[in-house]
Design a protein around this ligand. Structure first.
Ligand SMILES: [Zn+2]
Length: 330
């Protein structure tokens, strides 16, 4: 009897202690997060955080729930992960109309505002950002998913801003289109692209981000999380987009590593694989073949057998008359 009472008392005390610790820990955590947010916005780095949280000493490069970055993905394309994401988005390969209506999003960051990605890719970005942070590298999410409407206003604003600076309409249009895609032609509209900056260089006005620690980190690690630098230096003639050291595109770990190792940009990679026709339109690894739920325009029925290559499709029949009526930035 006595023994039981003692046991009960001991258990009660233990529960109280654990409860107290948990609450205390949570408070510390939220204080820390708030601080980080403020510091992130206003200053360089986190060095002024004055209350280190003892129970989660970060081990550089590791964290709970991390994808096994070291885990070999294998060389066989059959082992490729996230193949749904491996499709081309550019002028010749627009997204379906109203993709906004079908995309499922998940929030990946919330600093200046809320940032979302395709929910299938979201966790990879969250994990990458966390890993960078634990390596002492701050990544600032500057842009992620954009609606078609937002993309259009982005384009229009960029255009107008150039006109206001004294460019002719044509000059301004040409300059804008080299940096901002029209709606449906931007990877941001697919929720697969993130523009990443850091406190060291938080501007997209020039390519200075390439000289930052954050860029170095991304260059080394982004592929481990399935992201590639989409508009590399020297590839503008092929991608149609200027060198953008900040724009990262999710393609899954297998293809991210393979593309990085190849040194090719995504258009070249597709061409080498034989996935493009002579007009640069994808005939394999299209958004339709990779995402069977999507109905290709003009094709009501998706054939059930032949699990891939729905073949090409002339989806180029779309709009494109529009000159400034659609936008998307890359
Ligand atoms: Zn971008």
């Amino acid at each position: 009897m006595n023994g039981f009472k003692y046991l009960f008392a001991a258990a009660a005390v233990l529960i109280l202690i654990v409860f107290g610790l948990t609450r205390f820990g949570n408070n510390r955590e939220s204080i820390k997060q708030e601080k980080n947010e403020k510091i992130n916005v206003n200053e360089h780095g986190y060095s002024t955080v004055d209350t280190p949280v003892p129970d989660e000493e970060p081990v550089p490069g590791t964290f709970a729930g991390a994808p096994k970055a070291e885990e070999p993905v294998g060389k066989d394309p059959k082992e490729a992960d996230n193949t749904w994401a491996m499709y081309l988005i550019n002028n010749d390969n627009p997204l379906p109309d109203k993709y906004d209506d079908v995309i499922e999003l998940e929030q990946v960051d919330k600093t200046y505002r809320e940032y979302d990605l395709d929910k299938r890719a979201a966790k990879y970005y969250i994990e990458m950002k966390k890993a960078a942070e634990e390596d002492g590298v701050d990544l600032i999410t500057a842009s992620a998913y954009r609606t078609y409407v937002y993309q259009q206003s982005n384009f229009d604003n960029s255009l107008q801003e150039r006109i206001d600076r004294g460019m002719s309409h044509d000059e301004a249009y040409a300059d804008t289109i080299s940096q901002v895609e029209l709606p449906g032609k931007s990877e941001h509209n697919a929720g697969l692209a993130v523009d990443i900056l850091s406190n060291e260089h938080a501007s997209m006005d020039d390519d200075g981000f390439k000289d930052t620690e954050a860029f170095k980190w991304l260059d080394e690690h982004a592929a481990e999380y399935g992201f590639i630098l989409r508009y590399p230096e020297g590839k503008t003639a092929i991608t149609g987009i200027i060198y953008e050291p900040w724009h990262y595109r999710f393609v899954g770990k297998y293809y991210a590593k393979d593309i990085k190792e190849s040194g090719l940009c995504m258009e070249e990679y597709f061409e080498e694989k034989g996935w493009l026709d002579e007009d640069g339109v994808a005939i394999d690894h299209t958004i339709y073949t990779q995402n069977p739920d999507l109905k290709e325009p003009g094709k009501d029925e998706v054939t059930e057998d032949g699990d891939d290559s729905e073949e090409s499709a002339d989806e180029s029949s779309d709009e494109d008359a529009a000159d400034e009526d659609e936008d998307s930035e890359e």
